[in-house]
Structure formats: C-alpha cells, structure tokens
Design a protein around this ligand. Structure first.
Ligand code: PEP
Ligand code: MN
Length: 337
C-alpha cells in the first residue's frame, strides 16, 4: 500500500511509519519532488488493515500498489531515480558509460584499457575478477589480485569500478575494492545473493537473465530494494532466442517497457547481446535512441589475445571513435554526460 502524506514534516512521517510497523509491515519512506509517500510492504493478506491509516492526521490517502514489484515501480516513485557510483551519476538525464575488459588479465592490460576509456569519456571502469564461465576449464578470473588491480586502476585514472560478485561469500571482499557490485545474467534469480547485496550500501548493477522476462528482472530488483538498498541499475544484455547469427538477441524494446514500469536506470550491454565487435556501435546508438540511461561496453587493447570475449571487444581506438559518435546523439535525446 502507498500512504500519501499530506505533510512532509519528519515527526508526522515518523508517526505514520511507527503505525505501519506496528501492523507488521516494512515502511519505506520515499521523498519525491512533489510529495512524500510511505510504501508499506509485506504480506498482502492483511493489507486492508493499512487502509485504516487514512484516518490518521497528515495522511492524505492510502492506495494499493497494483504491480507485484512495489518499491522498484513507478507507482511509489514517479520521477527517475538518480544513482551515484562514487562521483558519477546515472539516471534522470545523466548518461553513463561503463567500459573495460571482460576479465582483468594483467596490470598492463587493465591500465592500458582504463587510461584509454577515461580519455575517450567513459565514466565507470568495468572488469571481471570472478568470471562465470560456461566451462570449468576456462579462465576463472584473477580473483582478489584482479580486485586489487581494479581498485588501483580506478584510483589512478579517476574512474569508479564495477565488478561481478558470484557468491554471498565473496561479498565482503568485493565490497572492499569495488564501487558497485555486478550481478551477472546467470545469477539474476539467485535470491540469496540478491538479498545479500540488498543489505550492502554499494550500488548494484543487475543484469537480465538469458531467459528472464522483464517482470522477472523487476522482481529481482525488488529483492534488492526491499532489503534496503535502493540503488539498483538494470541492464539488458541480450536474451536467448532461436536466432544463431548473434550470441544473443538484444531486446531493445526492454528499454521503453522498463521505463514505463520503473524509476530505476536502464543500461544496454551491446557487447554480450551481439557477441560481435562490429555490431556494438550500431546497437549502442540504438540504445541511446531508445532512451537508455547508459551503456556497458567491453574494450580490450588486443582483442585477439583476450582470454574471454575477444570477439565482442572493441579496440581502444574504435571505442574512442564510438564515444565521439555517441556524443551528439546523447545531446539530441536531452541527456548529459
Ligand atoms: C560480464 O559482464 O562480463 C558478464 C559475464 O556478463 P553476463 O552476466 O551478462 O553474461
Ligand atoms: Mn564478457
């Protein structure tokens, strides 16, 4: 249920919050530009009892939240969320580019990439230290050594870093080094992991599962937000279809559909969606045109030598060229970088 407050006074809001909690519900206060609301979430069965709060002073009205995703939905928060990753902003008109190698391989590889993507205008450095690979015999990542390199590269070039976390046990380690936590496609419905990152104070970059619906992606975001972490960035990275020409099929329609339902920022990853470096620039442009709040792009100084995802990685110069091409387009859709 949404309790729309007639007052923005802290004491009045706190009073209603304690009433909500007395009834056994979790209260999330959402301070918007136009109004303050309290989202009362919990067991749907007793929700009629919340309706009685309409009789309280300073309560304007109590209305049900119709969608199954409560806190992630636009019903409780009309305006776009702006999420901060270190000094970088994404959402609500702020466009953000996450760029870097698929995996952290060496100091030289990471530093060359970080320097180049920073100079080209990227905002956040990406790179995997724990890699979810289809084969257990493939390179699994540099683990803590990779995290140390990421933190150092980020500090050297002035880029916050995002990296994937695969298990709950990795959380304290990854949190220590990263500015944002990535949940990969394979873990989108790992509910234990979602709850764990929901308790973290770091923003979460949540990738859509390869066979997940938009509703399922939003419900996964709800797991994180309902644990107290409102800073979730959604990422469409291609879904599996019958098409074999490309690695996955980029669901570009997911952008406007997600924007209709959620206030959370939406990012497109054209690298994993297509699987081919030459498809990345046109799909990146399509993402901007469709209304995405950002892009995640794999970049490597020597894609032919990459230990993972070389075929879809842009060379440093090609990435810089793409960033120049995107600049005018981002301005045209009314966003800033
Ligand atoms: C990645 O970003 O490196 C990655 C493994 O992506 P996904 O989870 O989308 O496959
Ligand atoms: Mn990859």
């Amino acid at each position: 249920m949404i309790i729309v407050m007639a007052s923005r006074n802290k004491e009045d809001v706190d009073h209603v919050v304690s009433k909500v909690e007395e009834l056994g519900y979790k209260a999330h206060v959402i301070v918007g530009v136009e109004r303050t609301v309290i989202a009362a979430v919990g067991d749907e069965r007793g929700k009629h009892r919340l309706q009685t709060l309409e009789a309280m002073p300073h309560v304007e009205r109590v209305v049900p939240i119709l969608k199954p995703f409560k806190l992630a939905g636009r019903e409780v928060r009309h305006e776009d969320s702006v999420i901060e990753i270190g000094p970088v902003k994404i959402g609500g008109g702020h466009f953000c580019v996450f760029a870097g190698p698929c995996a952290v391989e060496s100091r030289e590889q990471l530093f060359d990439t970080a320097k180049a993507v920073k100079e080209a205008g990227a905002h956040v450095l990406r790179g995997g230290a724990f890699k979810p690979r289809t084969s257990p015999y493939s390179f699994q990542g540099l683990e803590e050594k990779g995290l140390v390199l990421l933190e150092e590269a980020g500090k050297t070039f002035g880029l916050p870093v995002v990296t994937e976390i695969m298990t709950i046990e990795q959380l304290p380690l990854v949190e220590r080094y990263a500015d944002a936590l990535q949940i990969g496609a394979r873990n989108m419905q790992n509910y234990g992991l979602l709850k764990a990152v929901g308790k973290s104070r770091k923003p979460v970059f949540l990738k859509r599962g390869i066979a997940a619906t938009i509703n399922e992606l939003l419900m996964s975001a709800e797991y994180i937000v309902s644990e107290g972490n409102p800073n979730v960035i959604l990422c469409e990275r291609g879904i599996r279809t019958f098409e074999t020409e490309t690695r996955n099929t980029l669901d570009i329609q997911a952008v406007p559909v997600l924007k209709r339902y959620t206030h959370l920022p939406v990012v497109i990853d054209p690298s994993h969606a297509s699987g081919h470096w030459d498809l990345v620039p046109p799909m990146a442009k399509a993402a901007v045109a469709a209304g995405a709040d950002g892009l995640m792009i794999e970049v490597h100084p020597h894609p032919e030598d990459a230990v993972s995802d070389g075929e879809q990685s842009l060379r440093l110069e090609r990435f810089a060229e793409l960033m120049r091409e995107l600049e005018a387009l981002i301005k045209l859709v009314g966003k800033t970088t």
